[in-house]
Design a protein around this ligand. Structure first.
Ligand code: DGP
Length: 113
């Protein structure tokens, strides 16, 4: 998607510091952090949201491989963290490229608001 900001970040058209990268996924710090550790994990391939994902291998790779590795990199694998996937208008999604928010470094509250 040529006008997608996260595609531009993943394609390195916009200079960003990745805390993780492999052939399918990149992760970088949210520009508006809601916790001491607030990372966005995105597939390089464009999917508008989690309902649009068709690649089961990619979904499993993110959940089984990438998220645990990033949790370790951030040092929140022992303390815990929150994973958020805002979806659609009422879900509070503002960027229409699938992204997982990984939030950590403080105690989270519930309900999230
Ligand atoms: P959501 O509301 O779930 O769609 O979250 C989108 C998040 O993306 C929001 O917390 C702000 C962040 N964000 C938007 N544009 C950029 C950007 O260009 N760089 C970075 N690092 N974060 C961005």
């Amino acid at each position: 998607m040529s006008d997608c900001i996260f595609c531009k970040i993943a394609n390195k058209e916009i200079n960003s510091q990745f805390i993780f990268e492999d052939d399918q996924v990149v992760a970088f710090r949210d520009m508006n952090p809601q916790a001491p550790q607030h990372i966005l994990i995105i597939p390089k391939k464009h999917f508008a949201n989690i309902l649009e994902v068709t690649d089961k291998e990619l979904a499993a790779h993110i959940l089984v491989d990438v998220i645990p590795e990033i949790a370790k990199i951030l040092g929140v694998d022992e303390t815990g963290f929150r994973l958020v996937v805002n979806t659609g208008k009422e879900g509070g999604q503002t960027v229409e490229h699938l992204h997982f928010h990984l939030l950590g470094g403080r105690s989270m509250q519930w309900p999230p608001g």
